[in-house]
Design a protein around this ligand. Structure first.
Ligand SMILES: NC(=O)c1ccc(NCc2ccccc2)nc1
Length: 257
């Protein structure tokens, strides 16, 4: 098959590739796939099973509940995905495994992944995969949070979506990625649209004023204030410029719990 011109190439190793239609057929990522900005290709370990029952799981040494992904079918799928990544992009891929033991994904991590080499994302099922496969075939383990899900597919889609949005040209107008919450590390400001009044609650006048400078400052003040109220940890170790300090001071002085 031919070289890929996609800005972001992702190979997915999963027993349930159809789950990824949420990414490939919908919304921003769906359009980016249609436009060839993002390439998503799939390898299913079950396609490498040679026994009559097409076995893809195996019992854990040492006993205990649950199963692990069968080593040979999993490794064959990862190997083929890696080989295709190199053929399609001319670059060696970064092979990522989603598990609660991984590096926690945040916006900075998503940015790093978006800017990095092509990805092969391995979605585990059952109780996970053999540690020797992690050592031999996985480059980085990532987690989307401190909770256990029934498979790595949803975390894989979260990771791919978070990174894909940051690929230049994928979002409608680029600055929407910039203004997105967690961009420049602050929480998002409140948003409003029609109608002007809902249950007696009005849209803040500044947003109807047409004064773009005042609107920008209001939004920045709200982002700073919300971050101070809801996620003060995000403000730790962060220097605010003079305008930001003044706006946060104003917010705090006006704040009535
Ligand atoms: N928090 C996460 O990112 C995450 C990733 C995968 C997952 N479930 C699949 C799995 C379970 C146990 C061991 C390895 C993989 N649940 C949560």
């Amino acid at each position: 098959m031919s070289r890929s011109d996609a800005s972001m190439w992702v190979g997915v190793v999963s027993l349930f590739p159809e789950m990824f239609e949420a990414l490939t057929r919908q919304g921003v990522t769906g359009r980016a796939v249609d436009k060839g900005q993002i390439a998503l290709e799939f390898w299913n370990p079950r396609d490498y099973a040679t026994d009559r029952h097409r076995t893809v799981d195996d019992r854990p040494y040492g006993g205990g509940p649950g199963m692990l992904m069968k080593v040979d079918t999993l490794r064959s799928a990862i190997h083929d995905a890696r080989e295709r990544a190199e053929d399609a992009t001319g670059q060696r891929p970064k092979v990522i495994y989603l598990s609660p033991q991984g590096r926690q994904l945040d916006q900075r991590g998503a940015q790093e992944l978006a800017e990095g080499p092509p990805l092969v994302v391995v979605a585990g099922r059952y109780e996970g995969i053999d540690e020797r496969v992690v050592e031999a075939d996985i480059d980085e383990e990532w987690s989307i949070g401190d909770y256990v899900l029934s498979g790595g597919e949803l975390p894989a889609m979260v990771l791919i979506d978070a990174a894909a949005r940051l690929v230049p040209g994928v979002l409608g107008h680029q600055d929407s990625a910039v203004e997105d919450s967690f961009n420049d590390g602050l929480l998002d400001c409140p948003h409003y649209t029609r109608p002007e009044v809902i249950d007696g609650r009005r849209v803040p006048d500044v947003l109807l004023s047409g004064h773009h400078g005042a609107i920008r400052r209001w939004r920045l003040k709200q982002s700073l204030g919300r971050t101070w109220l809801r996620r003060p940890d995000l403000l730790e170790g962060r220097t605010l410029d003079a305008e930001q300090q003044a706006l946060l001071k104003e917010f705090i002085e006006e704040y009535v719990p």
